[in-house]
Design a protein around this ligand. Sequence first.
Ligand code: NAD
Length: 376
Amino acid sequence: MADELGIGQVGLGSITTAHRQGYRLYGQPVVAGFDPNPEARARFAAEEPDATVHETLESLLADPRVGVIDLATPHHADTRLPVVQQIAAAGKPMLIQKPFAYTYGDAVQMIEAIEAAGVTAMVNQNMCFVPGSLRLIDAVMKDQAIGRPTFAQVTVQYVFDLPDHPWFGKDDRWWTGALTVHHFGLLQLLFGPPETVYAVTGRDENQPGITVDGYGHLLLRYRSGLTVAITSTGTYYGTEPVPHGNEKIWIQGTDGIADWRPEGGLSITRRAGAEFETTRTEWDSERRWFPDAFGLTMAHFRQALAAGREPLSSVQDNLHVMALIEAAYLSSAENRVVPLAEIMGDRWNPDYGTGWSHGFGDWTAPGVQTVEAVPA
Ligand SMILES: NC(=O)c1ccc[n+]([C@@H]2O[C@H](COP(=O)([O-])OP(=O)(O)OC[C@H]3O[C@@H](n4cnc5c(N)ncnc54)[C@H](O)[C@@H]3O)[C@@H](O)[C@H]2O)c1
């Protein structure tokens, strides 16, 4: 029954294998799938023998077992916008793979369709739901372990080159728009939108698989006085790689410093007189970004829907992330500091606050293999 929020997957490409692995771990029921590509449908049918395979989106949207859509078509306008509009018109809530859109303007068009239909939609910013991220969020947001954040640094430096992939890295908004967006999602949750961004984007001319946009380094300034420095590149082949998936993030607050990696533990260091004390938190090394974060993101969304709560990282909240991406590319192109207000116009609210304060922040993550009761 649709009331049970059975999952209908739209777009059955490579990332949806990780989705389904995560859904199995956290008891999230996939009941149907659609993709125009017969090979993708065949792969899905082999993996999910009990699910219905649909040959059209209309047919999937009419399936009474489908209560929530898991959308993972490529994020370019032609493969996102009409699909989102059709799902919204059918009145189905949807979880949309990051990045929400290719441009800020595309995102606004999707939100208009979603809001006109009155449906709830969340962006799959899965970095926010990595088991290790949940520990960081608890420490910074719930426990206030470092006080008020004043500075944060994000480092990602490794080689990411896919010369044989048909579309990854082949368009003019790749690194900042499709990769660093993971970090923007987490920063939005923790700190809310920055007021301004200064960015440099570009590529390593010797990298064959990334044609335009292989790195993006950013400085963000927030109304609270917080600043964030992001070094993010897929062009680095030196001796000290920091890979995506286990990036290095540290946050300085008025009461301490958090050193964190998604799969590498959390250290909170505080000053005690002239001494420094560090408390270290480790977690089950089996619980990783892939596939756990995908299962936990969907668990969060379905529980928010069942409870009638706004999910974290709703499309409305994620508009700030899209504005940051738009501002970053503009900043780099024009070599100037760009205020997010310039991108968002009337939608910019200087008092917005953190993403955390705009969603189901008191949600408790389920454990592995538990099936959460969703009211019938
Ligand atoms: N960690 C992550 O969260 C992560 C990782 C990889 C990719 N992604 C994102 O997921 C999205 C998909 O990436 P992918 O690697 O699966 O791409 P992919 O090219 O492997 O798969 C995309 C699928 O969408 C299908 N499709 C195209 N148009 C469609 C339509 N109108 N309706 C239904 N299906 C349609 C294609 O046939 C294809 O099977 C991208 O936006 C990408 O940025 C996220």
